[in-house]
Design a binder for this molecule. Structure first.
Ligand SMILES: Nc1ncnc2c1ncn2[C@@H]1O[C@H](COP(=O)(O)OP(=O)(O)OP(=O)(O)O)[C@@H](O)[C@H]1O
Ligand SMILES: [Mg+2]
Length: 324
């Protein structure tokens, strides 16, 4: 089910609670698709350096080759650096705000941005803007992009943001239109003012910035909610709280218009490796049943707990072999 889903899509989001196996499953899926000849870009949007640890090599803002199939298939990885992304985003927003405000208010703009630096909304919108950028840049070079996202609640809010951001820029654009009309009327009365054409240029520049931003968010929103192009995969472990939270995430995403293509129950304990793990497995089966009841009709795939450290291509390949 997961393999078909990945083979048919060009955008996959992998989400779920912390530590359940999102990075491992994203990597396994990516490796499988690269070995099937596709060009895959794996993108981590998590502040922790997940891909780098799993693939045992530095992964940063530019795509790094993680694996290839000796032919056309490649798996490359990118880690979005949240701090650098936020700084860049705030610098841009700051410029836009300063353009909007008279000079004597610029100090307040700076104070506002200073506060915004530590607010979660800023963090998310900065990452979202970067995701939109990565999608746009990578579209030409890759057949499939897999986003290994940060733990649950965060992800859903992130996906809801294009709408919020789009509404926000829409509001600013409307206000701008009124201001421009007013400005034009003033300028018509005062044709010789040397500042007038500068004012018109500034209006145009601000409008351009806002329109571009709106375009970016709307495009991303369009891609994310297109079930032919994009799907969301929830990873979970068969434990009480993760199961409950995953069901909640599933419904939250569907409410946002994002199709959940599958749920992966990762790290199921073996039945034949001692009493302790066998007893654990019995409990996990119970939770698996509960998940089925909470999400009737959802495609659920189970993956076994693998022995040893999950680091490097051979280990990722071992997990990829378990995918169906
Ligand atoms: N099927 C599996 N069998 C054995 N170990 C696994 C399996 N899947 C994941 N792990 C291990 O579980 C740990 C967490 O996995 P992973 O880092 O993929 O989770 P994550 O959801 O990305 O975590 P985070 O939320 O911290 O980013 C890692 O040590 C990984 O090696
Ligand atoms: Mg991870």
């Amino acid at each position: 089910m997961l393999l078909e889903l990945a083979a048919d899509r060009s955008l996959l989001f992998i989400g779920g609670k912390g530590g359940v196996g999102k990075t491992s499953v994203s990597s396994a899926l990516g490796l499988h698709q690269a070995r099937a000849g596709r060009r895959v870009l794996l993108v981590s949007t998590d502040p922790a350096h997940n891909l780098g640890h799993l693939w045992d090599r530095p992964v940063g803002d530019e795509p790094v080759l993680l694996a290839d199939d000796g032919g056309s298939g490649v798996l490359a990885g990118v880690e979005i650096d949240p701090t650098a992304t936020i700084e860049h985003h705030l610098a841009q927003v700051g410029q836009t705000l300063r353009d909007f405000m008279p000079d004597h208010l610029h100090k307040q703009v700076d104070a506002h941005l200073h506060l915004a630096r530590s607010s979660p909304g800023t963090h998310e919108s900065a990452i979202l803007e970067r995701i939109a950028e990565v999608v746009e840049l990578a579209e030409r070079d890759y057949d499939l992009m897999i986003f290994d996202t940060a733990p649950s609640g965060h992800t859903a809010r992130l996906l809801a943001l294009p709408e919020i951001m789009s509404a926000w820029t829409e509001g600013l654009l409307n206000r701008r239109t009124k201001a421009e009309k007013f400005g034009a009327a003033i300028r018509a009365l005062d044709n010789d003012d040397p500042e007038s054409s500068e004012g018109a240029n500034r209006d145009r520049r601000i409008r351009q910035v806002l329109t571009q931003r709106r375009g970016k968010f709307e495009k991303l929103r369009g891609l994310i909610t297109d079930p032919i192009l994009c799907s969301f995969v929830i990873v979970v472990t068969a434990e009480r709280v993760p199961v409950l939270e995953s069901a909640e995430l599933f419904h939250q995403l569907e409410r946002l218009g994002v199709k959940v293509g599958g749920v992966v129950v990762n790290r199921l304990s073996p039945l034949d490796q001692g009493e302790f793990l066998a007893a654990k497995r019995t409990q996990e089966e119970e939770q698996l049943g509960k998940l089925g009841t909470l999400l009737p009709g959802a495609d659920i795939l189970t993956l076994p707990m693998l022995g040893g450290d999950l680091v490097g291509e051979p280990a990722v390949a071992q997990l990829a072999d378990q995918l169906r």
